[in-house]
Design a protein around this ligand. Structure first.
Ligand SMILES: N[C@@H](CCC(=O)N[C@@H](CS)C(=O)NCC(=O)O)C(=O)O
Length: 230
């Protein structure tokens, strides 16, 4: 029996899909129509009571998995792939947690800022602060790539952290619509840009995006998917 991935184009599920494609394992992808609010339907809430994507069903597990980082780590461990050697396990964990609970969490507050404030007037200052934070996170990631002189966050080969990072930086350039980070800003982080360029050329990455209706330079010159609801 294969995995089942619940998805909506360009939602956080794309990170999981990239990993599944890199692993070349079979999976079924079931669309959750966010344009119709299907992530809040009773049928979907049985899989994730938060009403959030992604969800991965692994028939070998007793419950559906949610939380992007947890799913990534589960897949990397199950297939012994897309992770560094054991001596760098700590690095894997610290950057995976940073991506999940700092970069991705800040991006969520940026994308869904009306949910994080009591009054509309608070949205603009919140977004200004979050743009500054995201910029600081990028500088931190750039410094890490320079410090280790590595093309990828954890060394010479791509890991689950790199695909997560790349999707986050793609979203940062697209969302919230009309108030996203200008793509030109990426030029101030040349190592990060080089990582994104290398990743967007990988066949598994291109296939994952194509399956959700996106193509081209998905990380360095991203375009909206046909039916994005992010
Ligand atoms: N912490 C969660 C966040 C997932 C998340 O924010 N998913 C978004 C799509 S990118 C979602 O499902 N949004 C639907 C909604 O908020 O109604 C994770 O890492 O999986």
């Amino acid at each position: 029996m294969s995995y089942t991935l619940f998805y909506s184009p360009d939602s956080a599920n794309i990170v999981v899909r990239m990993v599944l494609e890199e692993l070349a394992v079979p999976y079924e992808a079931l669309e959750v129509d966010r344009t119709q609010g299907a992530q809040r339907s009773a049928a979907f809430l049985r899989f994730n009571p938060q009403g959030l994507l992604p969800v991965l069903v692994d028939p070998a597990q007793d419950e559906p998995l949610f939380e992007t980082a947890a799913i990534l780590l589960h897949l990397a461990d199950s297939h012994q792939a897309l992770q560094p050697p054991p001596a760098a396990r700590g690095r894997l964990l610290k950057w995976l947690f940073f991506l999940s609970n700092t970069l991705h969490a800040d991006l969520r507050a940026l994308f869904y800022s009306p949910r994080y404030v009591a009054a509309d007037e608070a949205i603009a200052p919140l977004r200004t602060a979050l743009h500054r934070r995201v910029t600081e996170h990028c500088a931190l990631l750039e410094a890490e790539l320079v410090r280790h002189q590595s093309p990828y966050l954890l060394g010479a080969a791509p890991s689950i952290c790199d695909v997560y990072l790349a999707a986050c930086l793609r979203w940062a350039q697209l969302y919230p619509r009309g108030d996203a980070l200008p793509s030109a800003q990426l030029a101030q982080w040349p190592r990060l840009l080089a990582t994104l360029r290398a990743l967007e050329q990988r066949p598994a990455v291109q296939k994952a995006y194509a399956l959700e209706g996106m193509d081209g330079r998905v990380f360095t010159a991203p375009n909206y998917p046909r039916d994005a609801a992010v």
